[in-house]
Write a protein that binds this ligand. Sequence first.
Ligand SMILES: *Cc1c(COP(=O)(O)O)cnc(C)c1O
Length: 371
Amino acid sequence: MNDPILLTPGPLTTSRATKEAMLRDWGSWDAAFNDLTASVCSDLIDIVHGGETHVCVPLQGSGTFAVEAAIGTLVPKNSKVLVPHNGAYCERIVRILGTLGREAVILPFGEDQPVDPALIDEALAHDPAISHVAQVHCETSTGILNPLPEIAYVVARQGRRLIVDAMSSFGAIPIDLRTMPVDALIAASGKCLEGVPGMGFVIAQRRVLESAAGQCHSLAMDLHDQWIYMEKTGQWRFTPPTHVVAALRRAIDQYQAEGGQLARLARYSENCATLVSGMRKLGLRTFLDDTVQAPIIITFYAPAHVAYNFTEFYRRVRERGFILYPGKLTTADTFRVGCIGAIGAAEMQRAVEAIAVTLYELGVIRHPVAA
Ligand SMILES: *Cc1c(COP(=O)(O)O)cnc(C)c1O
């Protein structure tokens, strides 16, 4: 197989076993498929230790559908929501709130700065009308990790509710719902769990979800309705993404066999270290300081050289078997390289070599290997 390796934060490179899990058709009424859904949901809750307090509601669609569904279902109309903001996925939450008619209060940070829990504390103390905080855990637009345990602590101490977009961290970065007060965690099939895209899920506090009946603006996005129906029938309300669920089941089997969250984090950390040290040897600089970088996706400054152009760089690296990701910053010319997916340090090393040869060909660097 000569498919290029995806160094992108979803869709990403999946294992052969995960792809093969999609070679069967499943009936949505069939007990075997319902069992598959139930086992996936149960394992997803276990990954974040939420079994005592939380339930898992899967939803058809990409991750954003699940974020919108969680906000629409769990945040009452006319609520005021604080959004600590350091990137494009925080901005997406602001847009969702606007679309759904919930007031957003933006607490701005630089794109290279993690959100500061002390400033959240201050903002909440200053405005008692804010009922919720909506926080992105790993801001995938840069790769920065926001300090979730400290944020959860501060929000709970102020007596407010917390909703977390954990899309690009779930499964790799530790999250422990036994010690972290969180109303809802949102993630999806096609990121650190290494499934294929097509299913989002919300791990919601049972009590909070129970009290959300009739609150959603939308029929299809109503997580309470989806949950109740699934509790009653074991089935999805509308046509389930059967192959996506089967692939996710297989991907979670491999996740567990590999050693769960700790092993996944260790592999991604090694991927990240291999990538960053190789790229630095080529003279490329990371946008973020190492201390705030999550080992999920790395933003690099574009080489400051007239011969560099992302489109041509991308095309040539792709010919060598690797798909890169454009930058998402307005302030600096950058590109991104993902560390997640069914890949290891050997693939990252080969990616660095492909990038080195390409930059040499373009005339951006003078030696095709690290100095
Ligand atoms: C991937 C991602 C999403 C969801 O994006 P989709 O394009 O809808 O899959 C949301 N938040 C974060 C932080 C993400 O990384």
